[in-house]
Ligand binder design. Structure first.
Ligand code: NAD
Length: 484
């Protein structure tokens, strides 16, 4: 099999030799074979990338000073170049992290151009200045300015979409960016670089330095970074927040989750199964907002357990590049060990496993785990409290809606959640009482126009919506004197 190998890094608007000969090898989670390699970014490469981004940002005629419309024209070309590569981008993500290809086409091929156009439009239509008649006689002119050079760090689970949750608003706002993809998913990032170069993004506006956590930590601390945007684990987010706290550096953190799906007693289960799959087991269980605790009323508990057991055992597990596959492999053998550890703990703590729990017999390679359902789980069990990041659900009973809300809110996380009912208004009332950043009714989808993000250990700040743009701007006020 031919591998995908890149000799150089995309820094300062062109391809250049890395500072060291160290390389990152990407292994397929499906075949366990090496599928490609790229240079591993070193601290010298980060230095060069940040210097290029700094020079591009500080250029008095450069990107940060352009009219939003001028940037939007370049970003429209970037969107088109990404669209031209959407099939290959989707395939590369699927090959690297096991995301089923139909999902990769939606999330990874489809979403980035949507985000570039959405944030460009927001900028083009935003008022240049907000002129506020003052209370003390004068006038205040309030403007939003690009925040500066952004250090963006992304995980492997949804690498393209998460990169563009940061890149699209940052670039539209006039920032310049150094992005560090996760080591597991670097091959797609090099296609992003090719698209940026083909679109004519000015030199230094986007720079890509692949690497591990040390490279990420070095980027976060770099003196010429003005803002950090991070998506990843709560543990890494905490370290990054500590660094940014010491440096008084603005930071947005999108972290882990342990969200709850509350199934009310009038839920139409059979009509909800497809959306429930999307809210609970999508991307092999490797999405931060998934509802991995399913809360079911005691009156319908057995019915819910049976329905989820039937769903999980019916899902096609296999090669993520096969369009029929619903569950692909986990990203790495380390991740599979972690998930299997949680399955063992679930059993040891008294959970009743109704399906799954094993490696599927239908495949002879790859880091697969069968979709797994645990019934009779207490909300205090380890598998109810900790983020597993695999296809493992806990079904927890509740007596009434007050108890359902109490269980849903009894979590150190607060990222997503859903409420399911035949009565949408009633479900929306319950949803309003869920303590998390986002909640869906009868489905869960990240809507581009609305803020996404978490509370508690799920993070700080928001992406998407105007709020996601404002995260890459700072406010600037001019006080005009009283007239006369
Ligand atoms: P991770 O935190 O180990 O790694 C994520 C990224 O951060 C990688 O690029 C990694 O190299 C880098 N990194 C790790 N430690 C760092 C440090 N100290 N300083 C700077 N960079 C560092 O996470 P992971 O296990 O690879 O990814 C899965 C996690 O991401 C899950 O916990 C999941 O919930 C979370 N996630 C959250 C969201 C969200 O929007 N809230 C989205 C996707 C994933």
């Amino acid at each position: 099999m031919t591998t995908i190998d890149y000799p150089e890094l995309y820094i300062g608007g062109g391809w250049s030799r890395p500072a060291t000969s160290d390389r990152i090898q990407v292994t397929s989670p499906t075949t366990e074979e090496v599928i490609g390699s790229v240079p591993a970014g070193s601290t010298q490469d980060v230095d060069r990338a940040v210097a290029a981004a700094r020079a591009a940002f500080d250029d008095p005629q450069g990107w940060s000073t352009w009219e939003p419309k001028q940037r939007a024209e370049v970003l429209e070309r970037f969107a088109s170049e990404l669209e031209a590569r959407a099939g290959e981008l989707s395939r590369r993500v699927s090959m690297q992290n096991g995301m089923p290809i139909w999902l990769a086409e939606q999330f990874e091929g489809g979403f980035p151009p949507v985000l570039l156009r959405y944030f460009s439009d927001l900028m083009v239509n935003a008022p240049d200045v907000d002129s506020r008649p003052g209370m003390l006689g004068g006038t205040a002119l309030v403007r939003r300015r690009p925040i500066g050079v952004v250090g963006a760090i992304v995980p492997w689970n949804v690498p393209q979409a998460i990169s563009f949750l940061k890149l699209a608003p940052a670039l539209a706002a006039g920032c310049t960016v150094v992005i560090k993809p996760a080591e597991e998913t670097v091959l797609d990032a090099f296609l992003t670089a090719e698209a940026a170069a083909a679109a004519g993004l000015p030199d230094g506006v986007l720079n890509i330095v692949p690497g591990g956590r040390d490279t990420g930590a070095y980027l976060v601390e770099h003196p010429d970074i003005d803002k950090v945007s991070f998506t990843g684990s709560t543990a890494a987010g905490r370290k990054i927040a500590e660094t940014c706290g010491r440096l008084l550096r603005p930071v947005t953190l999108e972290l882990g989750g342990k969200s709850a799906a509350i199934l009310l007693d009038d839920v139409d289960l059979s009509a909800s199964m497809e959306s429930l799959f999307g809210a609970t087991l999508l991307n092999n269980g490797q999405i931060c907002w998934l509802n991995t605790r399913v809360l079911a009323p005691t009156s319908r508990y057995d019915e819910v357990v049976d329905a989820l057991t039937g769903l999980a055992s019916s899902l096609t597990v296999g090669d993520p590049l096969d369009p029929e596959t619903k569950i692909g492999p986990l990203v790495s053998s380390r991740q599979r060990d972690r998930v299997e550890g949680y399955i063992a703990k679930g059993k040891a703590e008294g959970g009743r496993m109704t399906t799954g729990g094993k490696r599927p017999s239908s495949v002879d390679a790859g880091w697969f785990v069968e979709p797994t359902i645990f019934a009779d789980v207490d909300n205090n069990a380890t598998i109810s409290r900790e983020e597993i990041f695999g296809p493992v659900l806990s079904v927890i009973p509740f007596r009434d809606e007050a108890e359902a809300l109490a269980i849903a809110n009894d979590s150190e996380y607060g990222l997503g959640g859903t409420v399911w009912s035949a009565d949408v208004d009633h479900a929306a009332d319950i949803a309003a009482k869920v303590k998390s950043g986002t909640v869906g009714v009868n489905h869960y989808t990240n809507e581009p126009v609305a803020p996404f993000g978490g509370i508690k250990n799920s993070g700080m700040g928001r992406e998407l919506g105007p709020e996601g743009l404002h995260a890459f701007q700072h406010l600037h006020t001019v006080y005009l004197p009283p007239a006369g």
